[in-house]
Design a protein around this ligand. Structure first.
Ligand code: 6PG
Length: 633
C-alpha cells in the first residue's frame, strides 16, 4: 500500500507520515530528501521552484514509490501542491492520498517555530498561491492535535478499503504470537487489545511498534474500528482468558458483527461452555469455532498444533490461515484438522492437556528418584534423559526437562530455587471430572492433577515431614542395574497415560456421535504441541478402532515386557520415601485392567451383605441377580 500525504509547509506532513509509518509498519519517505542540491539551494535562498525544477524531482519520487510498492508499500510526505504533480505521483491502484490544509496564520506560526529546516517561512505565501484543491483523496484540516489528525487519517484509510484479512483480539503471549505468526506468512492482521487506564494502554500498538518488519499489522483499542477494519465476512480470533471473559467479550462484539461473520475462541475453554456458545451463535445465524491451540509461546509464534471444532462452514472460512500458521508434520502437512462438531476441538485440547499433566508428573517423579534416591547430579539426570531422547522415548517434554536440569543462575541450579508448588488452570481437573461423568477409569492422569493439588499444601507437607520424620532415603542399589528398568518403567507409564487419554476421547466421541478420527488427532499432535513425541508418531500410524490401544503393535510388547520394571521402580521408590503418584497409579491401573480374577467379588459380597444390593454368579451364565441372607441367625 502506498500513502501520499500532501500539503504546504507547516501542515504537519512529516508528523503524520511518521505516525502512519509507525502504525502501519510502512517505511517513511520524505520528499525533501529527493530534491537535487540545486533545488535545495534555490529554496534556501527563498526562491520558489519552477515546474521545470520540479520535474526530475517528481520523477525520482514516482520511481521510488513504485520500487517501495514492490517491497510492500511506503508512506510519502510531499508538498505536491498542484493536481498535475499529484497525477505524476499516482503510480499504483493501491495508493491513497491525504491532503493536509490549514489556516495561513496557524501554518505561519508552526513554521516560525521550526529549527533546522531549509525552507524560509516567507515561502509559505508562494506555496499557498499555487496550491490547488485536490480532485481526489482526503482533504483534512489540521486544526486538531497530531493524534487526532492521525486517527482521522487511519479512519479514512480503512474506509477506503484498506481491509485486513483477520482480526486477533487479546495481545497476551498467545494472541501476540499467533498474530505475528500470521503476519510472517504475509497475512494482514488487525490487532485488538482492550484499553484499561493505567494498566493496559497502547498494548496492541506496542506489538506493531516492536515489529516494524511486519507492515501488515494494524493496532486498535476501539472495538468498533477494529471490526470495521476487517474484510467481510469477518474472521476474528479471540485469544483471551477462558470463562466469563469470553462471554463478556462476545456480548460487546456480537452487536457489531454480521450474521455471516466468524468468531474463533482459541483459548483453553471448557468444552461444554464452547458447545453453549456454538448454539448461542447458531441461534443468530453466526459461526463460532471453538479451537484448541497447543505449543505455548514458541509454538504459537513458529507453528502450533491447532484443533478447531464447531461447524465445518466456519472452519472452511479460515482453513487457509490456520494451515499457514500451523506446525508441519513429518510429511509436511499442517498440524491442523477440522476435529468435529460442537465443543470437540476444545474437548480434545482438554484431554491433550491432561496427558501433558501425566507426562510432566512422571518426569518430575523420575528426576526426584534419580537425584535424591540414586544420588545422580542434575547434569547426570539431564544426560540420561538426553540419551533416552535419542530413541523411541523422544519427546518435547523429555527434551525440555533435560534442558532445564542444566540451567544455572548465579552458578547454582535454578530448579532448586523454584518453590515446589505446581500451578494449574483447569484443563486437567476438567478432564478428570469428564472421565468420572463418563465412568472412564482415569487414575494415572487423575493422580497428576491430585499431585499438583497436594504440592500446593507446602506448609502442611513441611510440618508433617518434621512430625513424622519423613526423609527421602538413598537407594543402595546400583544405578547401572536400575537404569534400564527405570527406562522401561518410563516407557510404559507414558503408554498408560496416552491410553487413558485416548480411551476417554473415544468414549465421549461415541457417546456424543462426534465420530472423531484418532489417527488424525494423533497426527496433528506429532508436531507443534506440548505432547509431541515418537510415541505420538506411532499412535498416528497405528491407532485402530479394531483393537484396544494396549494391543496396538509396538505397544502390546511394551505392556507385556515392562510391567514388572514399572512395579519394581514403584516399589523401590515407595519404600525409600518417594511419592510416585502417576507411576504407581499407572502400575495399578494396568494390573487392574489385566487381572482376570479380581477382588471385586468381595465388594459385591459386602454390598449384598449390608444393603441387599444383589450380585451375579460365575456359575450362572444367565446373568441373574441373587441375594443372600448372610447372617446365620
Ligand atoms: C499447550 C499448553 C497450554 C498451557 C496450559 C498450562 O498445549 O500449549 O497446555 O495450553 O501451557 O494451559 O496449563 P496449566 O497452567 O494448567 O499447567
Amino acid at each position: 500500500m502506498l500513502i501520499v500525504i500532501t500539503g504546504v509547509s507547516g501542515t504537519g506532513k512529516t508528523t503524520l507520515g511518521l505516525g502512519l509509518s509507525a502504525r502501519l509498519g510502512l517505511p517513511f519517505l520524505d520528499a525533501d530528501q529527493f530534491h537535487t542540491q540545486t533545488n535545495i539551494a534555490k529554496m534556501s535562498r527563498g526562491e520558489p521552484l519552477t515546474d521545470e525544477d520540479r520535474m526530475p524531482w517528481l520523477q525520482a519520487l514516482a520511481d521510488a514509490l513504485l520500487e517501495y510498492q514492490e517491497r510492500g508499500g511506503a508512506v510519502l510526505a510531499c508538498s505536491a501542491l498542484k493536481n498535475a504533480y499529484r497525477q505524476r505521483l499516482q503510480v499504483h491502484s493501491d495508493q491513497h492520498w491525504i491532503h493536509l490544509q490549514g489556516e495561513r496564520n496557524l501554518l505561519w506560526e508552526r513554521m516560525l517555530a521550526r529549527k533546522g529546516h531549509y525552507m524560509k517561512a516567507s515561502m509559505l505565501d508562494s506555496q499557498l498561491a499555487i496550491w490547488e484543491k485536490p480532485s481526489f483523496g482526503l482533504l483534512l484540516n489540521v486544526t486538531g492535535t497530531p493524534e487526532e489528525v492521525l486517527e482521522a487519517s487511519l479512519d479514512y484509510l480503512t474506509s477506503q478499503g484498506m481491509k485486513m484479512k483477520i482480526g486477533v483480539m487479546g495481545m497476551g503471549v498467545m494472541g501476540k504470537s499467533l498474530a505475528l505468526n500470521l503476519a510472517e506468512k504475509g497475512v494482514s492482521v488487525s490487532l485488538f487489545n482492550r484499553f484499561v487506564a493505567g494498566k493496559e494502554e497502547g498494548v496492541a500498538q506496542a506489538v506493531c511498534d516492536a515489529h516494524p518488519e511486519f507492515p501488515q499489522l494494524l493496532a486498535f483499542e476501539d472495538l468498533q474500528k477494529f471490526v470495521e477494519s476487517l474484510e467481510q465476512p469477518r474472521k476474528i480470533l479471540m485469544m483471551i482468558p477462558a470463562g466469563a471473559a469470553i462471554d463478556a467479550q462476545l456480548d460487546s462484539l456480537l452487536p457489531l458483527l454480521d450474521p455471516q461473520d466468524l468468531v474463533i475462541d482459541g483459548g483453553n475453554s471448557f468444552y461444554k461452555d464452547s458447545e453453549d456458545r456454538v448454539n448461542r451463535l447458531k441461534g443468530i445465524g453466526m459461526h463460532f469455532l471453538p479451537m484448541g491451540v497447543s505449543g505455548g509461546e514458541e509454538g504459537a509464534r513458529k507453528g502450533p498444533s491447532i484443533m478447531p471444532g464447531g461447524n465445518p462452514e466456519g472452519y472452511a472460512m479460515v482453513a487457509e490461515y490456520l494451515e499457514k500458521m500451523a506446525a508441519k508434520d513429518q510429511n509436511g502437512n499442517p498440524c491442523v484438522t477440522y476435529v468435529g462438531p460442537g465443543g470437540s476441538g476444545h474437548f480434545i485440547k482438554m484431554v491433550h492437556n491432561s496427558i501433558e499433566y501425566g507426562e510432566m508428573q512422571v518426569l518430575a517423579e523420575l528426576v526426584h528418584l534419580l537425584r535424591f534416591g540414586f544420588g545422580c547430579s542434575a547434569a547426570q539426570v539431564s544426560a540420561i534423559f538426553s540419551e533416552w531422547g535419542k530413541g523411541e522415548l523422544k519427546s518435547f517434554l523429555l527434551e525440555i526437562t533435560a534442558d532445564l536440569l542444566l540451567f544455572k543462575e548465579g552458578g547454582e541450579l535454578l530448579l532448586d530455587k523454584i518453590l515446589d508448588q505446581a500451578g494449574q488452570k483447569g484443563t486437567g481437573a476438567w478432564s478428570l471430572t469428564t472421565a468420572l461423568e463418563y465412568g472412564i477409569p482415569y487414575s494415572p492422569l487423575a493422580e497428576a492433577v491430585n499431585a499438583r493439588g497436594l504440592s500446593s499444601e507446602k506448609a502442611t507437607r513441611t510440618a508433617f515431614a518434621r512430625q513424622f520424620g519423613h526423609q527421602l532415603e538413598k537407594i543402595s542399589g546400583d544405578l547401572q542395574t536400575w537404569l534400564p528398568k527405570i527406562k522401561e518403567a518410563y516407557a510404559l507409564a507414558r503408554i498408560i497415560n496416552h491410553e487413558a487419554g485416548f480411551r476417554l476421547m473415544k468414549t465421549v466421541s461415541d457417546s456424543k456421535g462426534w465420530d472423531l478420527n484418532f489417527n488424525e488427532i494423533a497426527r496433528i499432535w506429532t508436531n507443534g504441541c506440548i505432547i509431541r513425541s515418537e510415541l505420538m508418531e506411532s499412535i498416528a500410524l497405528g491407532y485402530s478402532h479394531q483393537v484396544s490401544f494396549l494391543e496396538l503393535p509396538g505397544i502390546r510388547e511394551k505392556v507385556k515386557g515392562n510391567r514388572k520394571d514399572l512395579a519394581e521402580v514403584v516399589g523401590i521408590g515407595l519404600t525409600h520415601g518417594f511419592a510416585l503418584p502417576v507411576l504407581s497409579a499407572g502400575a495399578n491401573y494396568l494390573l487392574a485392567r489385566m487381572t482376570a480374577e479380581s477382588s471385586a467379588s468381595v465388594i459385591q459380597a459386602q454390598r449384598d451383605y449390608f444393603g441387599a444390593h444383589t450380585y451375579q454368579r460365575k456359575d450362572d451364565p444367565s446373568g441373574a441377580y441373587y441375594h443372600t441372607h448372610w447372617t446365620q441367625s
